[in-house]
Design a binder for this molecule. Structure first.
Ligand code: PLP
Ligand code: TYF
Length: 401
């Protein structure tokens, strides 16, 4: 029956972990997948998460189904975290929110909802490059995927001229996907001034902004600062779509906690959108998982736990920033590695887009047992004081050939 099914390629990001696992060398380093690791290279369960789980266990919760759109207390707090207490549409009750299966599920619900109900366009523009899963998510949602210029290889920074030109040239009403902060894979974000200009173009061209916020708090260490772009767009009257993930900022990767929201014109429109979100979700997975949403809800709803969590997010962001500084210093000052490495320090969030070529990344895997994606992206969180010297020396050797 399945003889005509062709073998598919491995996932370009998760495939790196497979290669890493198969390597038996004790010096091996996995800088592929974007998952936080502590100073000892181990997965990190936040103290605030552990405490929330204790509180939950003590309350002896049942295992009933959640409603189709998830735990209402949680989605309310998730929206507050993203939009902020001052948000006009939040305070007027015109934001439709549903819990989602983490950020991926939020993007997929949004893609499916827009494909079915957005009346003006079936085209979504993604930054080039973007997170590898964006294209299949939106294509499988029934949208046509196109790209807008984002990264300038020459400056290893934002191609702001190209970005503006491509958004200006897009057909009116097209959907445009924006990474709210800590762009994956480049680590390059627009400045606040550039965000304001992007907002103006989006308004002029009547584009539909769809924010992917997978790293709120992870970029700067502050959840408010990282929400700047989202809140600025909302303050300018844009009716944005928003995918939120709690995978990175609460370390809840496998719990699959997220939210999708859509700003509507008023409470009556919101109620109609809510009803259609349920109709999109019900045949996909019926209702979302319970436990992770309860954890996030407990943290977001408890003053003490909330401030502990904020400290822990900042701790993760700060450790990554210190690894950037250490790596930059080792390459430029200690090893005098050929090339310009300033971007290691200036890039933001979980990743650094090193500029290493695919031949160099291959050599690093084969000779030094160091694994990263073929585009030269490294997860900064995989570095720590025990392995960073070895990593820098290996990069130096790879660059010198
Ligand atoms: N969007 C971006 C840009 C990401 O980098 C990720 C995770 O790496 C996600 C969305 C979704 O991840 P998750 O489904 O684990 O929340
Ligand atoms: O490293 C990245 O860019 C992500 C990580 O279900 C990831 O692809 C891994 C698994 C998953 C979602 C995101």
């Amino acid at each position: 029956t399945w003889s005509a099914v062709p073998a598919g390629p491995p996932d370009p990001i998760l495939g790196v972990t497979e290669a890493f696992k198969a390597d038996k060398d004790p010096r091996k380093i996995n800088l592929g997948v974007g998952a936080y690791r502590d100073e000892n290279g181990k997965p990190y369960v936040l103290g605030s998460v552990k405490k929330a789980e204790e509180i939950l266990t003590a309350s002896k919760p049942d295992k009933e189904y959640l409603p189709i759109t998830g735990l209402p207390e949680f989605t309310k707090k998730a929206a507050l975290l993203a939009y902020g207490a001052e948000s006009a549409p939040l305070n007027s009750g015109s934001i439709a929110v549903t819990q989602s299966i983490s950020g991926t599920g939020a993007l997929r619900i949004g893609g499916a909802f827009l494909a079915r109900h957005y009346p003006h366009s079936k085209v979504v523009y993604l930054p080039v490059p973007s997170w590898g899963n964006h294209t299949p998510i939106f294509r499988d949602s029934g949208l046509e995927v196109r790209g807008y210029r984002y990264f300038d290889k020459g400056t290893v920074g934002l191609d702001f001229v190209g970005l503006k030109a491509d958004l200006q040239a897009a057909p009116e009403h097209s959907i445009v996907l924006l990474h709210a902060c800590a762009h994956n894979p480049t680590g390059v974000d627009p400045t606040q001034e550039q965000w304001a200009q992007i907002s103006d173009i989006v308004k002029e061209k009547k584009l539909m902004p769809f924010f992917d916020m997978a790293y709120q708090g992870f970029a700067s260490g502050s959840t408010d600062r990282d929400a700047f772009a989202v809140r600025h767009f909302v303050s300018q009257g844009h009716q944005i779509a928003l995918a939120q993930s709690f995978a990175k900022n609460m370390g809840l990767y496998g719990e699959r906690v997220g939210a999708f929201s859509l700003i509507t014109s008023d409470a009556a429109e919101k109620a109609r959108v809510d009803s259609q979100l349920k109709i999109v979700i019900r045949p996909m997975y019926s209702n979302p998982p319970l436990h992770g949403a309860q954890i996030a809800n407990t943290i977001l709803g408890d003053k003490l736990l909330y401030s502990q969590w904020e400290g822990e997010v900042k701790g993760m962001a700060d450790r990554i920033i210190s690894m950037r500084e250490k790596l930059y210093g080792t390459l430029t000052h200690d090893l005098k590695t050929p090339g310009e490495w300033g971007h290691i320090k200036s890039q933001i969030g979980m990743f650094s887009f090193t500029g290493l070529t695919s031949a160099q990344t291959k050599a690093l895997a084969e000779k030094a047992h160091i694994y990263m994606t073929a585009d030269g992206r490294i997860s900064m969180a995989g570095l720590n004081t025990s392995n960073i010297e070895y990593f820098a020396q290996s990069v130096d050797a790879a660059v010198r050939g």
